[in-house]
Design a protein around this ligand. Structure first.
Ligand SMILES: CCCCCCCCCCCCCCCCCCCCC/C=C/C(=O)SCCNC(=O)CCNC(=O)[C@H](O)C(C)(C)COP(=O)(O)OP(=O)(O)OC[C@H]1O[C@@H](n2cnc3c(N)ncnc32)[C@H](O)[C@@H]1OP(=O)(O)O
Ligand SMILES: Cc1cc2nc3c(=O)[nH]c(=O)nc-3n(C[C@H](O)[C@H](O)[C@H](O)COP(=O)(O)OP(=O)(O)OC[C@H]3O[C@@H](n4cnc5c(N)ncnc54)[C@H](O)[C@@H]3O)c2cc1C
Length: 660
């Protein structure tokens, strides 16, 4: 029985066509759909019991799943794209993420042709397993502050890898704790007693025969992390070196080379390329944000349509909680954000692929913008997604707190995305630096790409919003101009404040809070703009474009409402115009309402991937929640182990011993 069938009948767009729009193309949809079904129908990928497993059992289970996934990749000759979808639907962080997602890209981006020829075939056949060992106990954000040393010994033509202090211990790298045989280790290059910056080195950690740590290497897992199951399927590790020697040709030498004689040669490649792997991964994290948020929103939307509270008159059904305006005002902006993040990630991927091609051809001019966009959007989307998942839990009331809702584990596994690959505040400060630099160069350099609007800063500073009615907000020009004016005005105001400081670094530190707000407003502008640009494309299917237009306005006007202080303080909007935007938002929520279930069905998630009783496709929530309770191990017997030993004696004690 489909308890949501009436809801599905209400929608006025073609769901199958929306699935294609969400996936990006018919090919991508088919690919994703095939992998989703492959995983959902394979008992090895069962995951309901995960939060109840002890750590060793949990990790062993992940290894079993990873081995099975790898076997499927080989046996079914899956392409790289298919393998990525497979990984998504398996839905279990594993050492393989770091091997494929960071170790291999680090060698591809920072290795010489010779190094790539040697290491990539081994890695791609998984004959070695690698991780990305950058962060240390004492330093994560401050990469230049890393303490591990790689000292060149001209006599033996080797680097000596060493951990001179406790705080220099590598700490956090995923896959390091128990599984990696190799690592790209970031360390201070020391040649002739001089420090020459932080570089990457390929270091073997464990024997390829019996997996034991090699001499001079201390390695292990850093311990349990937040939540049950969740990110505990990953062996984040600690690593120390005691004068471990590696051949000279294991330093990744695309950026700088060390000769046999101990001379440092700089290539034309900028040193920032050492941070290049992070640009790649941040881009994938933006795509993952739309997946995680859409998943939480799918659960909360379906459950909000099933759940009824209050409002029953003459014995009729109570009100579905999705019909409460307050519920809509919390849920629908998240639904719109999931779509917004999906489309901005599509754009970011194309930007990244373009930069990657250029970097391969030694063309580096677009790297700063790629860095600012990946850092900023990673920060913006992961913050919104982490907050959004928690909001979805609250939207599901008490039942959202049950592990079987799928939301607690999703939250626990997701939240470190606000920290890994760059703390979100630190990353926004990087965007702010880029923007301040853009503003300071306005006189002699035409801004391009995502900062092109800064070239119109004079008019953006003068012109105010012309919106007169709530309907007036349903105009892409009016909305985009509002976001451009806010971002430009905030940036210029901050640049003016900065100019008052004699020492720019001191000013930057003092104004950091304002600078982060500038960066956020710039990133929100990018997301809004890319959503409108998406709507310019040919999007087939009855009512699909119209529904997306509604979501685009919801996303933009919700942000405008939430940040109306900025829009008012910069003088671009009047209070009346801000309240018209809010009025329009209410109308938009009414337009989303009949389509809400169809809009989450369009994510095309299997019940396996959702992993949630509240989010079941058929809406059959109560019987399944009831059944699931009885499957809890505590209900294996009526009288629980420990009762006779610890509780019964209390019950049987004589009353005179208690003076309560
Ligand atoms: C079970 C299934 C099995 C299936 C198997 C098959 C699977 C197959 C498919 C698998 C697909 C995989 C998918 C991938 C998933 C990946 C999962 C991700 C998991 C995440 C794990 C986490 C990893 C990590 O966290 S790694 C560590 C990350 N660390 C950080 O991010 C540190 C943050 N700090 C910094 O980035 C810097 O130090 C910084 C920028 C804050 C400061 O740098 P600085 O040099 O000290 O200072 P600064 O002067 O500000 O900058 C100098 C200069 O450089 C520019 N810059 C900075 N960063 C960059 C950059 N990244 N790129 C380019 N340029 C950069 C900066 O702008 C300055 O420029 P100028 O102003 O021009 O000088
Ligand atoms: C689950 C997980 C997986 C990880 N996987 C890996 C991995 O595979 N490989 C790897 O190398 N690393 C990994 N890391 C480490 C991760 O990259 C770092 O934790 C991250 O970069 C943040 O650095 P930090 O821990 O030093 O935070 P800190 O920099 O110490 O941050 C602490 C606080 O200080 C603030 N702060 C720091 N600097 C500034 C500043 N300049 N201005 C203002 N505020 C500031 C931050 O905003 C934050 O609030 C992982 C981390 C986690 C949680």
């Amino acid at each position: 029985m489909d308890y949501l069938s009436d809801e599905r009948k209400k929608s006025d767009f073609d769901v199958e066509a929306m699935k294609v729009a969400w996936a990006g193309s018919i090919q991508e949809f088919q690919l994703s759909d095939r992998m989703a079904k492959l995983v959902a129908n394979d008992p090895v990928f069962e995951k309901f019991t995960r939060p109840m497993l002890g750590r060793k059992e949990l990790l062993k289970n992940t290894l079993r799943k990873s081995a099975h996934a790898w076997k499927l990749i080989i046996d079914l000759r899956l392409s790289e794209e298919e393998a990525k979808w497979l990984r998504l639907y398996v839905d279990e962080p594993a050492y393989t993420d770091l091997h494929w997602g960071m170790f291999i890209p680090a060698i591809e981006g920072q290795g010489t042709e010779e190094q790539k020829k040697k290491w990539l075939p081994l890695a791609k056949k998984m004959q070695i397993i690698g991780c990305y060992a950058q962060t240390e106990l004492g330093h994560g954000s401050n990469v230049q502050g890393l303490e591990t040393t790689a000292t060149f010994d001209t006599r033996t033509d080797e680097f000596i890898m060493h951990s001179p202090t406790l705080t220099s211990s590598k700490w956090w790298p995923g896959g390091l704790g128990k599984l990696s045989t190799h690592a790209v280790v970031y360390a201070r290059l020391i040649v002739g007693g001089q420090f020459h910056g932080v570089h990457g080195f390929i270091v073997q950690l464990r024997s390829l025969e019996d997996h034991s740590p090699l001499p001079g290497i201390t390695v292990g897992d850093i311990g349990l992390k937040f939540g049950n199951g969740a990110y505990n399927t990953m062996d984040n590790g600690v690593l120390r070196f005691d004068h471990v020697r590696i051949p000279r040709n294991q330093m990744l030498m695309r950026v700088s080379q060390v000769t046999k004689e101990g001379k440092i040669m700089q290539s034309d490649v900028p040193r920032q390329l050492i941070y290049g792997t992070m640009v790649y991964v941040r881009q994938t994290i933006v795509a993952d944000a739309s997946k995680a948020l859409s998943r939480a929103v799918c659960i909360a939307t379906r459950y909000s349509a099933v759940r009824r509270q209050f409002g029953s008159r003459d014995g009729g059904p109570e009100t579905q909680v999705i019909d409460y305006k307050t519920q809509q005002s919390r849920l629908f902006p998240l639904l719109a954000s999931a779509y917004a993040f999906r489309f901005v990630s599509e754009w970011l991927k194309s930007l990244y692929l373009d930069v990657k091609q250029r970097l391969e051809a030694n063309e580096f001019s677009t790297l700063p913008e790629a860095h600012a966009c990946t850092a900023g959007l990673k920060s913006l989307t992961t913050t919104a997604t982490a907050d959004g998942i928690e909001e979805c839990r609250k939207l599901c009331g008490g039942h959202g707190y049950l592990v079987s809702s799928g939301l607690p584990e999703l939250f626990a596994v997701y939240i470190p995305a606000c920290t890994y690959e760059g703390d979100n505040v630190v990353l926004m400060l990087q965007v702010a630096r880029f923007l301040v630099k853009t503003v300071s160069e306005l006189g002699h350099k035409k801004p391009v790409g995502t900062t092109a609007y800064m070239g119109r800063v004079a008019s953006l500073m003068q012109k105010n919003s012309a919106v007169q009615t709530a309907e007036g907000w349903l105009n892409p020009g009016a909305v985009v101009e509002a976001f451009e004016s806010r971002a430009a005005r905030m940036a210029v105001r901050c640049a003016q404040e900065l100019a008052k400081f004699g020492n720019p670094e001191e000013g930057f530190a003092e104004l950091a809070v304002d600078l982060v707000e500038v960066a956020v407003s710039h990133c929100q502008l990018i997301v809004v703009t890319k959503f409108f640009e998406k709507l310019q494309q040919d999007i087939p299917g009855k009512g699909v474009k119209e529904s997306l237009e509604v979501l685009c306005y919801v996303y933009a006007l919700f942000l405008l409402h939430k940040h109306q202080g900025d829009f008012l303080a910069t003088g671009y909007l009047t209070p009346k115009q801000a309240s018209l935007a809010n009025a329009q938002l209410r109308t938009l929520y009414s337009k989303v309402r009949p389509n809400a279930i169809a809009l989450v069905d369009s994510f095309s998630y299997t019940d396996h991937y959702l992993g949630s009783i509240l989010g079941r496709y058929d809406g059959n929530v109560y019987p399944k929640l009831y059944e699931a309770a009885w499957e809890d191990p505590l209900n294996d017997s009526d009288v629980i182990d420990g009762f006779h030993q610890y509780v019964q004696p209390i019950l049987k004690q004589r009353l005179h011993s208690a003076k309560l």
